[in-house]
Design a protein around this ligand. Structure first.
Ligand code: IMP
Ligand code: MG
Length: 171
């Protein structure tokens, strides 16, 4: 069995808090949430509804893992944004920052497109295996060095739809 790490209630409470914080920080602005597919799906949609501002949603898909549980280190864009982010207040929405390589690559790519501002919101942070110096502006929870599934996070495409966050049973 996958061991529950963060319950559905704890997720809802934290997402509401982050939404309120973003609502305050971006008052008078129209932030553009850029979700990193597929892991961001549930977090992105819940977070967007917790932000009381006229924000927009956009998505990208990147790949660094294949079906492996550890990063290969190589990041590539599988699906790019369909909108221009120049002059926009962009918030990247990620499921988890592990090595930080995906985020470092995304920050570099998106910064080059001249947004008015660029911040990072990640549901989870797994700092033990970080290989880059990355700052997360809005963070849900810090998790231990284990393989995490649920609420968008998968292993080989499975477990994304668990309503809670769990440590994957590797047995
Ligand atoms: P990073 O580039 O090593 O920071 O990893 C980025 C991506 O790897 C995340 O956006 C996730 O999609 C995936 N990932 C990293 N750790 C986990 C995990 O524990 N469970 C599921 N996916 C993970
Ligand atoms: Mg991801």
């Amino acid at each position: 069995m996958n061991e529950i790490l963060i319950t559905q209630e704890q997720i809802a409470e934290r997402v509401a808090q982050i939404g309120s914080q973003i609502t305050k920080d971006y008052a008078g602005k129209k932030p553009l949430l850029v979700g990193v597919l597929n892991g961001c799906v549930f977090f992105m949609t819940d977070l967007a509804r917790a932000i009381d501002l006229p924000c927009e949603l956009a998505f990208m898909q990147v790949s660094s893992y294949g079906n492996a549980a550890k990063t290969s280190g190589a990041v590539r864009i599988l699906a790019d944004l369909s909108c221009d982010i120049a002059g926009r207040d962009v918030i990247i929405v990620e499921d988890i920052v592990d090595s930080g390589l995906t985020l470092a690559y995304l920050l570099e790519q998106l910064n080059a497109r001249r947004p008015a501002s660029l911040k990072v919101c990640s549901l989870l942070d797994k700092p033990t295996r970080r290989r880059t110096d990355i700052e997360i502006d809005y963070l849900g929870f810090t998790v231990p060095d284990a393989f995490i599934v649920g609420y968008g996070l998968d292993y080989a495409g499975q477990w994304r739809n668990l309503p809670y966050i769990a440590v994957m049973d590797q047995t």
